[in-house]
Design a binder for this molecule. Structure first.
Ligand code: FPP
Ligand code: MG
Length: 328
């Protein structure tokens, strides 16, 4: 019988560490400027899944043979994630995030961008306190690639010649890199050797690739009530994600023409969304993307094979499967 059978078992295992991180957020965000806690609390306390802090802590605990704390760096990773969401909702003109009105809709774009900047700067301030150049380097190169991923996505907006490789470059930057360094930093804090650091970074990267692929599937298949954000938004924004990229490749000339017109239009009617969805299903775009996500999860799980068995390793393997099965 296995000790980990639900995602709650995983979170219970590291409950003390996760609670420390939750109480550290307010401490780290102390400021006299009242708008900062208002906006940052709105988004940080809105029920994020805390996957990245959990990945960092589980990796650290799996690899550590000495006492160490991941509180500050787990908060840093969550702050960077939050900063990118604040910026992303401005870029995407999003109305909703995690079931709540998006910060940009309540306080405006300027405030959202600037509070994102504050969270981002606070992250680096906290990371410097670790006095570990390897951690700082991991963080700075990752955030650079994060911005690159988002800019590449912007450049590819409504570009129907976008390839699967273009898509992979975008999602590696905008999503996978942050999960990769959550695991890498966990292993650095544990004092693991270079080989294990690289292995864990690769594990996180594969999890992140699968995570974004599932996100892109859910944008077509889920319901607003389950996801806490609007559905069909990628098509509306002219974002070509893998289900659609694959469908464009498989479509007949006539279908392709029709898809192109819908993608280029300013507004996507419910009928047009239904037509795109029908073509995606017809050509297997959802299944193709799910298979790709599955491959990344299998690769990630294989990477952990050489590591000693432990409840933390079991939890990381469970999280890999959870990312694939999630419906929100
Ligand atoms: C969500 O994608 C977006 C991201 C995960 C990354 C956003 C990154 C930036 C805006 C770059 C900012 C950089 C720094 C370093 C502060 P999505 O729009 O597909 O997902 P969603 O549906 O959850 O919005
Ligand atoms: Mg977005």
């Amino acid at each position: 019988m296995t000790a980990i059978s639900t995602i709650n078992d995983v979170f219970s295992l590291i409950n003390t560490e996760l609670e420390d991180i939750e109480s550290a957020y307010a401490d780290y965000l102390k400021t006299n400027v009242s708008l900062i806690p208002k906006i940052s609390e709105h988004i940080i306390l809105s029920g994020g899944k805390r996957l990245r802090p959990a990945l960092l802590i589980l990796t650290m605990k799996m690899l550590s043979s000495r006492p160490c704390s991941g509180t500050a760096m787990a908060a840093v990773i969550e702050f960077i994630h939050t900063a990118t969401l604040l910026h992303d909702d401005v870029v995407d003109q999003a109305d909703m995030r995690r079931g709540l009105t998006a910060a940009n809709m309540i306080w405006g774009n300027e405030a959202s961008v600037l509070v994102g900047d504050f969270l981002f700067s606070t992250s680096f301030d906290l990371a410097v306190d670790q006095g570990n150049l390897k951690i700082l380097k991991a963080l700075s190169s990752a955030t650079k690639r994060l911005a690159e991923g988002e800019i590449l996505e912007l450049m590819k907006t409504a570009d129907t010649s976008t390839t699967e490789d273009d898509y992979l470059a975008v999602i590696e930057g905008k999503t996978a890199i942050l999960m990769a360094i959550a695991c890498e930093i966990g292993s650095l804090l544990a004092g693991a050797d270079d080989k294990k650091q690289a292995l864990m970074k690769d594990f996180g990267l594969n999890l992140g690739m699968a995570f974004q692929m599932i996100d892109d599937v859910l944008d077509y298949t889920s319901r607003e009530e389950d996801l806490g954000k609007a559905i069909g938004i990628d098509l509306e924004e002219g974002k070509l994600t893998l289900p659609l990229i694959y469908t464009l490749q498989k479509a007949s000339e006539e279908e392709r023409q029709q898809l192109q017109e819908i993608i280029l239009a300013d507004f996507v009617s419910p009928e047009n969304f239904a037509r795109v969805y029908q073509l995606i299903i017809k050509h297997g775009g959802i299944q193709f993307t799910m298979n790709r996500a599955h491959q990344h999860i299998e690769t990630a799980k294989k990477l952990l094979k050489p590591l000693e068995s432990s409840i933390f390793k079991e939890s990381l393997l469970f999280m890999a499967d959870y990312i694939l099965d999630r419906d929100r």
